[in-house]
Design a protein around this ligand. Structure first.
Ligand code: FRU
Length: 465
């Protein structure tokens, strides 16, 4: 394949070549941020999983490092699947799932999954230490360990699928990274709650504990929404070391765009709880494969609680990407206005005054003209914020949407990076992330309003590094 640069991101972490999926082993260790990720270096398709690796001083500017883990031992022959990184008394330690196909590659009905350890003394080269945990009887899908330490005790959450094909999160307790006992089933799916819960994570934020995971196969019939079999979200509740997880909310999706999966959290240098996710989706077309690569991660996002709700916004470090700024004066939009002819790497802040706007639809568009490419608009009739993408040449077409918040103003913070868009609503109330595939001559950024006018009360546009 020809490595082109039409879709390769300017400021998101993507593989140097080949395939990427889940972020793994996100950690701040010894003064440096590390991001590992599910990686197939030999082609732009998923294959025997390696762990790619990159490091950064600020979670924004990344430097590629040599591949950290490669499959090949009898216990991880067919893949070093997802996992995490911890600081074990000064030793950077990776805990990951060793995956083996027992019948044919891709046949999920006969697999062996075990948890494995690898350690490093220099943070670059990793030495495998072998298996540290095997599954309980009757469980085959058993993967994606996430570990933390609390008052000297190690804890691990693990994704699993029970004998009745319901997803669950298992909680283990460890005396060391090599000795684990099952503590309890921390949470499990009801009949329609998904058949496998991938990539669990469990952490405190604000006044609550959150179980974050990526269930496969949740049944959802929302009518208005595009939906596939994969989603990622959280259950809010309370937990005290060694006791049950008391849930006080149902599963809530974390991001309402098309492409957001397998988020993992870590604590930043100053203690902020930050997540990054894979900004792509299983079973979706990935046109960047033509250029020899696929997959990228979202911007790192700080999680925080506001009024008891989990919110997310790009880490403050993202502001270091800003170059020239261009203010957008308060005004009324009643026809299409071009903001920029060529938007490949930009950030846009816009505040719409909903109470002063009477257009049927208004928002921003990226393409040659409105209605061809990407639109992010307010639909006055349904009172929803809609993210719509239309790339028929790649069979990528469809919208996702969220209800408009009950406020007079709607503030949007939008990042466009060649083949992606990330939208943050009202300073973190909601996020929408999607991959987009405009051709180089289809990157006109526009404001539009149809059948009426819409009022902008604030706005700023930045070119990003
Ligand atoms: C989630 C996932 C994980 C697994 C990895 C394999 O996207 O399916 O459960 O460890 O990807 O690449």
């Amino acid at each position: 394949a020809q490595r082109g640069n039409t879709y390769y991101p300017d400021f998101h972490l993507a593989p140097p070549a080949g395939w990427m999926n889940d972020p793994n082993g996100l950690i701040y260790f010894d003064g440096l941020y590390h991001a590992f990720y599910q990686h197939h270096p030999m082609s732009a398709d998923w294959g025997p999983m390696h762990w790619g690796h990159a490091t950064s001083h600020d979670m924004i500017h990344w430097q590629h490092q040599p591949i950290a883990l490669a499959p090949g031992n009898d216990y991880d022959r067919d893949g070093c699947f997802s996992g995490c990184a911890v600081n074990d008394n000064g030793i950077l330690s990776l805990i990951y799932t060793g995956h083996v196909w027992l019948k044919e590659a891709g046949d999920d009905s006969a697999i062996r999954e075990v948890q494995c350890l690898a350690t490093s003394t220099d943070g670059i080269y990793f030495e495998k230490q072998g298996i540290v945990l095997t599954p309980p009887d009757g469980i085959m899908h058993f993967r994606d360990p996430k570990i933390w330490q609390e008052n000297g005790t190690w804890w691990m959450v693990l994704g699993a699928r029970d004998a009745a094909n319901c997803g669950q999160t298992l909680l283990y307790k460890g005396n060391s990274l090599r000795e684990w006992q099952l503590d309890r089933i921390l949470a499990h799916a009801d009949v329609d709650g998904g058949y496998m819960w991938e990539c669990p994570d469990f952490f405190p934020c604000g006044d609550h504990h959150y179980l974050m995971f990526s269930p496969q196969g949740i049944q959802q019939n929302t009518g208005y929404q595009y939906r596939n079999r994969f989603q990622s979200g959280v259950i809010q509740g309370h937990w005290q070391q060694g006791s049950a997880f008391i849930q006080n909310q149902k599963f809530t999706e974390l991001d309402n765009g098309h492409d957001f999966y397998a988020p993992q959290s870590f604590t930043a240098a100053d203690g902020r709880r930050v997540i990054m996710a894979w900004m792509d989706m299983w079973e979706s077309a990935m046109p960047s494969k033509q250029e020899g690569w696929a997959g990228c991660l979202t911007l790192p996002r700080e999680l925080f609680e506001r009024d008891g709700h989990l919110c997310q916004r790009p880490v403050i470090e993202a502001k270091s990407l800003r170059q020239q700024s261009q203010p957008i004066e308060p005004h009324s939009v009643s026809q299409t206005e071009v903001l920029l002819d060529h938007s490949s790497a930009i950030e846009l802040e816009l505040v719409w005054d909903i109470s002063q706007s009477n257009a049927e639809r208004y928002g921003i568009a990226l393409g040659n003209k409105v209605g061809d490419g990407l639109e992010l608009y307010i639909d006055s009739q349904s009172q929803r914020l809609v993210l719509w993408r239309h790339y028929p040449e790649y069979e990528l077409d469809g919208y996702r949407s969220i209800p408009l918040p009950a406020s007079d103003k709607l503030s949007l913070r939008i990042f466009i990076d060649r083949s992606s868009v990330e939208v943050f609503v009202n300073d973190g109330d909601a996020a929408m992330s999607s991959r987009i595939y405009p051709q180089p001559n289809e990157r006109k950024l526009m404001l539009f309003a149809s059948h009426g006018s819409a009022v902008i009360s604030e706005g700023m546009l930045w070119q990003l590094k």
